[in-house]
Design a protein around this ligand. Structure first.
Ligand code: NAD
Ligand code: DAU
Length: 353
């Protein structure tokens, strides 16, 4: 089986490449990523020589119809897993357009290429599948109780989540209209290695280590459900290997935390690990709230548990400790992605090859 992994140099995409190479020894993977500020080839630098026999990387944009069609045709791709996206809610508030371009038009470009290349004599070729990595944010926001199920109405609030909802609905539309073989996943907040330090957990780790302010939006009592990225990768593996065409699966950790509690947890673990007493809650600053900030997300993941036998395997205490240790062990990585060093390295060494 040959897999096209878009967004392979991002946080979840890179974790997925490592995970799948190990989990599926027969699989061939092609990474496809335009290397925006959030995509770094360094995220794939831990690939071993053996892995590289089954993986190669193409720097290209999912809105580039010619590049997309070329790779799907020439590599005889069986499954597309679409991680590529603009992923940060705050950025979407400042500049929505690129979110529409990549998340909506990029997804449509991928869908159209598959629609043209995966059909023979009016029939879909067997064994093909398009997996759209959507998000729980398409459901909007919850009150203090309740959980999103797959039949919760789509009700996005930010330009990011609206663009992801557009993509999610387009994928479903290609299934309904053309019979395209698809699956859609809607996961909660991921944490783990290689997450760009604009997101809550790596940002707080980075700032705390430098004794900089820890900016908590509003009262900090918004609730997110956190899942270790490797559990998300296992769930996507289950979906691409075993889900029926047309299926939609929620993925979550049953692990709800208020943001302020997560920040305090990070302070506690970091202080313990570094013995640096200046890492304390005096660094917390309540700042202006995010516009349109969703109050609470919570996921009912019983559908994927019953259908595909997936459930989270990494408890939060273990997962967050390991994640914080990873960032302590990779401080140069954080400096390099923030400074754009890896992009400059790519431009200087690879861009003209
Ligand atoms: P990320 O921002 O870390 O990575 C996104 C990757 O996509 C980067 O490597 C970037 O270079 C690439 N990319 C962006 N625009 C592109 C384009 N036009 N063409 C090709 N590549 C492009 O994001 P992430 O956190 O790894 O999220 C991956 C996917 O998972 C996204 O679709 C996101 O919506 C979804 N998701 C994320 C989470 C989470 O908690 N991070 C949870 C649920 C779903
Ligand atoms: O739920 C899945 C989504 O999770 C994904 O679809 C998105 O791609 C991913 O970015 C993430 O979105 P969030 O907006 O939930 O993640 P973020 O890390 O930006 O913020 C988490 C919470 O922390 C949110 O309530 C906002 C708050 N926050 C965030 C930052 C960056 C702060 O209070 N301060 C901060 O500095």
């Amino acid at each position: 089986m040959k897999l096209l992994v878009t967004g392979a140099a991002g946080f979840i995409g890179s974790n997925f490449v490592y995970y799948m190479l190990q989990s599926q020894p027969e699989l061939m993977l092609i990474g496809f990523d335009s290397l925006t500020y959030a995509g770094n080839l360094e995220n794939l630098a831990a690939l071993q020589a053996e892995d590289k026999k089954r993986f190669h990387f193409i720097k290209a944009d999912i809105t580039d119809a010619a590049a997309v069609a070329k790779v799907i045709e020439e590599e005889a791709i069986d499954v597309v897993v679409n991680f590529a996206a603009e992923s940060h809610v705050d950025r979407s508030i400042h500049d929505p357009q690129v979110f529409l371009r990549t998340n909506v038009l990029g997804t449509q470009t991928l869908l159209d290429a598959c629609r043209q290349l995966w059909r023979k004599d009016g029939q879909w070729v067997a064994g093909k599948k398009f997996v759209q990595v959507s998000t729980d944010e398409v459901y909007g926001s919850l009150g203090p109780t309740g959980e999103f199920t797959e039949s919760t109405p789509i009700d996005p609030h930010s330009p990011y989540s609206a663009s992801k909802a557009g993509a999610d609905l387009l994928v479903r539309a290609y299934h309904d209209t053309f019979g395209m073989p698809i699956a859609i996943t809607r996961c909660s907040n991921n944490y783990g290695p290689y997450q760009f330090p604009e997101k809550l957990i790596p940002l707080m780790i980075h700032n705390a280590l430098q004794h900089r302010d820890l900016p908590v939006y509003g009262d900090g009592r918004q609730v997110r459900d956190w899942l270790h990225v490797s559990d998300h990768c296992r769930a996507i593996e289950a979906v691409l290997m075993r889900a029926e065409s047309g299926s939609v699966y929620n993925i979550g950790g049953r692990n709800e935390w208020e943001n302020i509690a997560i920040v305090n947890k990070i302070i506690e673990i970091l202080r313990d690990k570094t013995q640096d007493q200046d890492i304390n809650d005096g660094l917390i600053r309540h700042v202006e709230d995010r516009l349109g900030h969703d109050r609470r997300y919570a996921i009912d993941a019983s559908h994927i548990q019953h259908d595909l036998g997936w459930e989270p395997s990494i408890g939060f205490a273990e997962g967050i400790e390991g994640t914080i240790q990873w960032y302590l062990d990779h401080r140069q990585w954080t400096e390099n992605v923030i400074s754009g060093e890896y992009q400059r390295f790519y431009e200087a060494n690879y861009a003209h090859r």
